[in-house]
Design a protein around this ligand. Structure first.
Ligand SMILES: Nc1ncnc2c1ncn2[C@@H]1O[C@H](COP(=O)(O)OP(=O)(O)OP(=O)(O)O)[C@@H](O)[C@H]1O
Ligand SMILES: [Mg+2]
Length: 350
């Protein structure tokens, strides 16, 4: 039963036996498990072992967010059933959804038919709308966090997982911090805004839909380049990738991904309505949308990504790296930061 299981991974956790590893992401590893008494499959997420179980700040937030997530019930969400700290791990036990994830779909099939991408986006917007009504923001909406059930239902996962998305955390100053993928990150997340609201999820959902319909992420380059482009560069026209994409859908994408949250959809209802309208061939409220925040964007500290230029990997990334690359990326960034610091110190002393 423990085929492919690392010996350091516990055999049971919470109410579940761990059977095999099914994935790995920025916030730990995911295992297929089985509830010991109910005999039903579960997905078990073990957070990295190095997160200190005794860190009161992390612990409080982990349990607070997991408890809130466990109370959320929606068909377009992956339900959290249990959380805890055991065997040196924080863990979450959730519904097991066989998949694929949207990331796997795009990797396998290339860009999706736009009707299908819009349908997935609309379903996820329903789940996020419900979460937002309970005061929960996801903060890491990506194709990897959307799983499609066997009946075609799109479900968002990792809601309520305590994430480090603040400037301090993504600046890698804290141990155990996770550097989220920059491809779907909103400008305000990159700019260190502490008070992100539901509109940050609308941006990331827009970047996710862009990836699904265009077959590529909106911005490519090194991590630093991608972050800079998210903040400053106008959205590359979706029609440059898919010439026959309906203009109304390109307008919806532009509105979801407006640089300034004030210019995005101001409610999930208005977004969901537009997604329904474009599917039915009706006009959309985003028609002709041009991002006014770009007109006023001035280069300045407020629009500069939080990562210092010295702390960059210069590997050109044409498409999102697999999540296993994250640790390498973090190591490269740390080494580059140390080198930059050494240079600064040298010149200061001279
Ligand atoms: N509830 C689940 N049911 C079935 N498989 C899951 C579930 N949650 C995650 N997975 C699988 O595990 C993989 C890794 O998930 P994980 O959340 O660790 O990383 P990710 O979603 O790729 O990135 P992120 O760190 O941004 O969440 C997913 O890509 C998916 O294949
Ligand atoms: Mg995930």
């Amino acid at each position: 039963m423990d085929e492919g299981l690392d010996q350091t991974v516990p055999k049971t956790i919470g109410q579940c036996r761990i059977e095999k590893k099914i994935g790995e992401g920025g916030m730990g590893s995911v295992y297929l498990g089985r509830h010991k008494t109910l005999d039903i499959p579960r997905a078990i997420k073990l957070l990295p072992k190095h997160i200190d179980l005794k860190d009161p700040e992390y612990s409080q937030r982990f349990f607070r967010e997991a408890r809130i997530a466990a109370r959320l019930r929606h068909p377009n969400m992956v339900q959290v059933h249990e959380c805890g700290a055991e065997e040196g791990y924080y863990y979450l036990i959730m519904d097991y959804v066989e998949g694929p994830t949207c990331r796997e779909l795009v990797e396998r099939e290339g860009r999706l038919d736009w009707h299908k991408a819009v349908d997935i986006t609309r379903q996820i917007a329903e789940g996020l709308k419900y979460a937002a009504s309970k005061g929960i923001i996801h903060r890491d909406v990506t194709p990897g966090n959307i799983i499609i059930d066997s009946d075609g239902t799109a479900r968002i996962t990792d809601l309520g997982l305590a994430k480090e998305t603040t400037a301090e955390a993504t600046g890698l100053t804290r141990s155990g911090a996770s550097l989220g993928t920059p491809y779907y990150m909103s400008p305000e997340q990159i700019n260190s805004a502490r008070d992100v609201d539901f509109r940050t999820d609308i941006y990331s959902l827009g970047a996710t839909m862009y990836h699904m319909v265009c077959g590529t992420v909106p911005y490519t380059g090194t991590t630093f380049e991608v972050m800079t482009k998210q903040v400053r560069e106008p959205l590359p026209s979706p029609q440059s990738h898919v010439p026959d994409l309906p203009a109304a859908l390109a307008d919806i994408l532009r509105k979801m991904m407006a640089k300034s949250p004030e210019n995005r959809y101001d409610s999930y209802d208005s977004l969901i309505e537009d997604l329904g309208n474009v599917t039915e061939g009706r006009s959309v409220s985003a028609e002709g949308f041009r991002d006014q925040s770009m007109v006023h964007a001035q280069p300045g500290p407020a629009q500069v990504p939080i990562m210092p230029p010295g702390a960059l990997d210069e590997t050109h990334i044409a498409n999102p790296p697999r999540r296993g690359d994250k640790r390498v990326l973090i190591a490269v960034i740390c080494v580059a930061a140390l080198l930059a610091l050494a240079l600064i110190l040298k010149f200061t002393v001279l």
